[in-house]
Design a protein around this ligand. Structure first.
Ligand code: FAD
Length: 274
């Protein structure tokens, strides 16, 4: 079986914490290589991220990686967080620029994810395995697709060890991206980020924000299902499982699942994969 990893978001209430524990207990059966925990834009849930990562490491015994963003933060704040992650035993970090919530003023001391990676390496050498974000369908703010590829390469040159992609439903976008960065001399693993489909209207909203394309034929079919949640889940699990199979057959080194703290949609995909 191909290595897999799971992404969670940091729960804020006791009820959400209990739900995450139930989800992790179920997904642990799939023996993930590691799990990761997102941060909230602008730093508002940074402390929940650290708390959640500590819980995943200590209570669940998982290799847990915090997502860390530089936007809006000072060098001192980022250094403090890195020291905390070192002290609780983190071995990996998913390093990102992040996005400033609209209206938030200060962009922070480090402008791009490549600056953050250089900062982590200068402070901690090779202590952390660093994952970065990759955009097979191009980052929505990039001036153009080729510039985005060069900016991606800058993150690897700054010391990143691997990349996880934004989710996508078109396998060719991934294969093309991998070929394009290999042609630029990038050798690190490029791991597809997989978004199982459970709530289609929520997925459509997310996708508009992050620039991920939902194929027209998928949208039309989902619309036709209307309120029939079971058909939506079945069809969603089928197309995502087929996507994963194509990616694995085409050489994807592992798969990273965006779980949204739910076990079932990810399990449905895994159980349908050959
Ligand atoms: P960067 O790599 O810095 O790129 C951002 C933009 O700047 C791109 O358009 C790039 O082309 C451009 N750029 C880079 N360098 C330069 C330069 N030198 N000159 C000009 N332009 C440049 N968001 C959250 O809020 N929380 C999370 O936990 C989170 N986790 C994520 C996990 C993954 C795997 C991915 C793929 C994304 C995640 N995001 C998360 C979203 C991410 O924060 C946004 O996509 C953000 O807009 C970009 O972050 P980045 O690290 O890719 O930025």
């Amino acid at each position: 079986m191909i290595p897999i990893s799971f992404e969670f978001y940091p729960p804020k209430t006791d009820e959400q914490r209990a739900q995450l524990d139930r989800t992790v207990d179920k997904l642990k059966a799939h023996a993930p290589e590691y799990v990761s925990c997102t941060f909230g834009a602008g730093g508002s849930t940074l402390s929940y991220t650290a708390e959640t990562v500590q819980h995943l490491l200590q209570a669940h015994g998982l290799d847990a990686a915090p997502h860390l963003s530089c936007v809006g933060g000072t060098r001192e704040e980022i250094a403090e967080l890195l020291a905390r992650y070192r002290d609780i035993g983190c071995k990996r970090i998913v390093a990102l620029r992040g996005d400033l919530p609209s209206g938030m003023g200060h962009p922070g001391d480090l402008r791009y994810a490549s600056d953050l990676i250089a900062f982590i390496r200068s402070e901690h050498g090779d202590r952390f395995h660093i994952e970065v974000g990759a955009y097979p369908e191009t980052h929505p703010q990039a001036s153009d697709a080729l510039a985005d590829l060069r900016h991606f390469k800058a993150k690897i040159d700054a010391g990143a060890d691997a990349a996880i992609t934004q989710y996508f439903y078109n396998a060719d976008a991934y294969f093309h991206f991998v070929d394009a960065v290999r042609a630029l001399g990038v050798q690190v693993p490029i791991v597809p980020g997989i978004m199982p489909i459970s709530n289609f209207s929520q997925l459509r909203r997310f996708s508009e924000q992050c620039g991920a394309e939902i194929p027209r034929w998928v949208s039309r079919k989902m619309q036709a299902f209307g309120d029939d949640a079971e058909s939506i889940r079945d069809f969603g699990a089928d197309i995502v499982a087929r996507l994963c199979e194509r990616l694995v057959a085409g050489g994807a080194p592992s798969l990273h699942f965006y779980t949204l703290n739910l076990a079932k949609p990810t399990q449905a995909v895994l159980s349908r994969m050959g």
